[in-house]
Design a protein around this ligand. Structure first.
Ligand code: ADP
Ligand code: ADP
Length: 232
């Protein structure tokens, strides 16, 4: 589903180069929840941003569903972006827009007809448990509710892949547990492949099937959560 082959990313140039990713090889299979864990500065955000086409690798390939992301035509870029949803640590909601409008944004951008948007947003809000919040503004919601809106928005275009960038790091433990449960439900009911980055071991243990440990831009260990964590 997602395959990283020798992915390297160097920021800057001249004497100011930073090698954020250094030859990443990693495979995430369809229907899997894969967690990438590492300390701050390890390269996690850069890794996830290369899949979302927000950063371009300096070298290597990223293959998503058979498509090489490093060699896409403009037309393919739009298609791939629709297939990949992203959930952010700080939700990235538009505060001047209602919950309904926030979730509708990706559909508007994809020129989906209004009638379909209405139905789809209602379905999504009900799926994440916010059917009664459509006309509220983000400021009127708790952190967990905001993240549910972020998740509904990420699912709007019916992606096959969901990327989570520290999706629970701004939430308290109880809210974290409920958001992780929702992610698991998305994975199971829609068979969506999830790639999540986190610095918290508990998140990996809670929901991930596989884990990759990243350090200094390199994957230093990977495998099933059971294998990796049972090592002495
Ligand atoms: P993490 O998400 O694990 O904290 P990042 O991917 O954000 O790691 O960063 C990896 C390395 O790349 C760090 O040394 C960071 O300072 C550097 N870095 C990240 N983004 C940029 C950028 N836009 N320009 C220059 N260096 C960057
Ligand atoms: P269909 O797409 O033919 O309605 P599905 O079994 O694919 O049938 O979907 C059942 C319901 O789940 C539909 O109402 C659909 O909108 C919703 N759904 C399917 N995939 C996703 C997804 N990735 N994210 C959110 N909702 C989805």
């Amino acid at each position: 589903m997602i395959e990283f082959k020798g992915v390297t990313k160097v920021y800057g140039s001249g004497g100011n180069e930073v090698k954020a990713l250094d030859g990443i090889d990693l495979e995430v299979k369809k229907g899997e929840i894969c967690g990438v864990i590492g300390f701050s500065g390890a390269g996690k955000s850069t890794l996830i941003r290369t899949v979302n086409l927000l950063e371009r690798p300096t070298a290597g390939q990223i293959i998503v569903d058979g498509l090489d992301l490093t060699a896409l035509s403009k037309k393919d870029v739009r298609g791939v972006k629709r297939k990949i949803g992203m959930v952010f640590q700080h939700f990235n909601l538009l505060n001047s827009k209602t919950v309904y409008a926030n979730v509708a944004i990706p559909l508007l951008l994809s020129n989906v007809p209004q009638k379909v948007i209405k139905e789809r947003v209602a379905e999504l809000l009900s799926f994440v448990g916010l059917e009664d919040k459509a006309n509220q503004y983000p400021d009127q919601l708790s952190g967990g509710q905001k993240q549910r809106v972020g998740i509904a928005r990420a699912l709007a275009t019916q992606p096959s892949i969901l990327l989570c960038d520290e999706a629970t790091s701004a939430l308290d433990p109880q809210t974290t547990a409920s958001i992780l449960k929702l992610l698991k439900k998305i994975n199971e009911e829609y068979n969506i492949t999830i790639l999540m980055i986190t610095h918290e071991m508990s998140v990996i243990r809670e929901v991930c099937d596989t884990v990759a440990v990243i350090e200094g831009g390199k994957i230093i260990e990977s495998g099933s959560v059971f294998e990796v964590f049972s090592n002495p």
